[in-house]
Design a binder for this molecule. Structure first.
Ligand SMILES: C[S@@+](CC[C@H](N)C(=O)[O-])C[C@H]1O[C@@H](n2cnc3c(N)ncnc32)[C@H](O)[C@@H]1O
Length: 205
């Protein structure tokens, strides 16, 4: 269909994050994920059985409604057991979603705003949050006593990797006074850290 955006196209511009989700699902028991502000980034479905994507952008809604196209984009790219359910909600994640509280293993927050603030009810106890510092989400998570850092995701030379080494070296603010949740929310920007990563994996405790 002319004008239809797809993951295949999007992947060409932002890169393929499949390796990141393969590493996450290979490390922790992640069967269900929720991805608010996903746009058409289908990469979690290459490694995770059930993923619910959420976006208000009509282009994302059109893409996910094209089930054959979504299947074609995933063909030959899925790990065993992945992509059994690919769901899409054309919803604003700042409002209640049609997702049960405590029902997902992984909440994904990449470049999409304050997802943790609005969607913290959906991961199960002991579940995970993948967040980056764009819009400040990982910085807010770092200050949340109900979360602990359990891994960091790196992106080097187009490849993603997960590390658990020297986690205490991460999320150390260059300016301690910047680690203020209200300031982060007001500015919509993350804190600068002495050592940074592409994204951070937190576990709910
Ligand atoms: C910059 S894109 C990032 C897309 C994808 N997460 C990625 O990392 O490539 C941000 C997306 O979040 C969506 N978004 C922003 N605020 C939203 C909200 N409150 N509810 C649902 N989607 C939202 C936008 O429509 C857009 O598609």
């Amino acid at each position: 269909m002319a004008g239809l955006v797809s993951w295949a196209q999007y992947r060409d511009s932002i890169g393929d994050r499949s390796g990141l989700f393969a590493a996450l699902a290979g490390t922790w028991p992640i069967e269900r994920a929720l991805y608010p502000g996903s746009y058409v980034d289908l990469s979690p479905s290459t490694a995770i059985a059930s993923v619910t994507y959420v976006d208000t952008d009509a282009r994302a809604a059109r893409y996910f409604a094209e089930h054959e196209r979504v299947r074609a984009d995933l063909a030959g790219r899925t790990d065993p057991g992945a992509a059994t359910e690919v769901a899409f909600l054309a919803s604003d994640y700042t409002r209640p979603l049609d997702v049960a509280d405590g029902s997902v293993d992984l909440l994904i927050s990449l470049f999409a705003g304050p997802v943790w603030d609005h969607c913290r009810r959906y991961p199960r106890p002991g579940g995970w949050l993948l967040a980056n510092t764009s819009h400040g989400d990982a910085s807010l998570a770092a200050l949340d006593p109900s979360l602990r850092l359990v891994g960091v995701a790196h992106h080097r030379d187009g490849r993603y990797g997960l590390s658990m080494d020297r986690l205490a070296d991460y999320l150390v603010p260059k300016r301690p006074e910047a680690a203020d949740p209200e300031q982060i929310r007001r500015r919509g920007r993350g804190v600068a850290y002495t050592r940074s990563a592409f994204a951070y994996v937190f576990q709910a405790i």
